[in-house]
Design a protein around this ligand. Structure first.
Ligand code: PMP
Length: 388
């Protein structure tokens, strides 16, 4: 039967995007495809709000985008500061370590964000080449405010790399204004394209730092020396080749970027914010508690909530799945069985969240949890109605 995919990526994609993807595959140097690739590069700059940035569109996942930033910007023995709010922060440390960086990781208990003072202290006392931060850590649902951290990085002449896999096109991002050197993502989240594209935009400063490297990039595939000329060629609407681009995914990307920009980034971010807030209010009415310790640091693209006491988590998710609603389990190894995650980004609507809430209500009642049918929906509806 029909399923509603409400995990934090891949998400439900717009029908136009899936239709675009199903078009006959053309040559990667066909004039129409060159136009599509070139246009996608231009539209990325608008979504990222980085008129000066250098976009890269490469076949791969979000992890490749993380890897690409590390491979090109970091050399052996460079100091890197990893600001971690969960699983994907730790992944960035592993990636940096692989390229021989001297990494320091700043960690916090689950649900908290790293103190700005602690970050400044590190930057003041050591000469860091780069810092990494995760905008939304998908394992905890914690939202980090990138702007003050990027400003600190600039103050101490350190590059800033933002893992925006769970945020780009869902949370507010102003890459150039905030002075972030790399903002990266994967296609399957709020960008709204099936998995398979690594996307990033690098600042002029990042490109200079890369240009001034003393040692060659340690990854052949990720090396910007190979990809920069390709991005330049497509943007100038010239044919070129390094590795065959995933033609269908890029046709889908252009379609989705147009849908995103037609809605408008401000309206889109506001929609994510209002739905996320109302959804948390609905869940709270059903006695759910959240991993992020406050609303201010709660993501608008997904919600991570603990199972209520006495409720068997896997039974709950199984009931929803039977009902056609697919949610995600926990990702942090230490808490895996005590919480779950709901994605609400990209094409998500209030009606999708009503389906999730009503299905959760019935499943909870069937599992003996003391809530009443309609309690979560009532709270959700009331919150949305106060908006109008
Ligand atoms: N960073 C974050 C914040 C993510 O949510 C994910 C994917 N869940 C990744 C990185 C890795 O992306 P991918 O799975 O596409 O490699």
């Amino acid at each position: 039967g029909r399923k509603l995919l409400m995990i934090p990526g891949p998400i439900e994609f717009e029908p136009e995007v899936l239709h675009a993807m199903g078009r006959a595959t053309t040559s990667h140097v066909a004039p129409d495809f060159i136009e599509c690739f070139g246009k996608s590069i231009e539209l990325m700059r608008e979504v990222w709000r980085s008129p000066q940035g250098q976009p890269f569109i490469v076949a791969g996942t979000g992890t490749l985008a993380m890897d690409m930033a590390a491979a090109n910007l970091v050399e052996k023995d460079d100091r890197v500061l990893v600001i971690s709010t969960g699983y994907f922060g730790k992944r960035y440390k592993d990636i940096m370590d692989r390229y021989g960086a001297k990494t320091t990781i700043l960690e916090v208990p689950v649900g908290e964000v790293v103190d700005l003072d602690a970050i400044e202290n590190e930057l003041k006392n050591n000469s860091y080449k780069a810092l990494t931060l995760t905008h939304v850590d998908t394992s905890t649902g914690v939202l980090v405010d990138p702007e003050p951290i990027a400003k600190l990085a600039q103050k101490y002449n350190c590059l800033s790399i933002l893992d925006g896999v769970c945020s780009v096109a869902g949370e507010e991002i102003n890459q150039d204004d905030w002075g972030i050197d790399v903002v990266l993502t994967g296609s399957q989240k709020a960008i709204g394209v099936p998995p398979g594209l690594a996307l990033l935009v690098a600042s002029e400063k990042a490109m200079q730092v890369w240009n001034n490297r003393k040692t060659p990039v340690g990854s052949y595939y990720a090396d910007w020396s190979n990809w920069r000329p390709i991005m330049k060629a497509y943007e100038e609407r010239r044919p070129s080749y390094f590795g065959t681009p995933p033609v269908n995914l890029i046709v889908a990307l252009e379609t989705s970027l147009k849908i995103i920009l037609k809605e408008g980034m401000e309206v889109r971010v506001k929609r994510h914010h209002e739905l996320a807030k109302a959804f948390r209010i609905g869940l709270a009415a059903l006695q759910f508690e959240f991993l992020p310790e406050s609303n201010e640091i709660s993501a608008n693209t997904l919600t991570a909530a603990y199972y209520p006491k006495g409720v068997d988590g896997s039974a709950l998710l199984a009931k929803l799945s039977k009902d056609g609603v697919i949610l995600a389990g926990g990702l942090l190894p230490e808490l895996k069985t005590s919480y779950f995650r709901i994605g609400h980004m990209g094409s998500v609507s209030s009606n999708d969240l009503i389906v999730v809430l009503s299905s959760l209500e019935r499943a909870l009642i069937e599992l003996g949890h003391p809530v009443k049918a309609g309690e979560g929906l009532q709270a959700f509806q009331s919150e949305l109605l106060t908006k109008n």
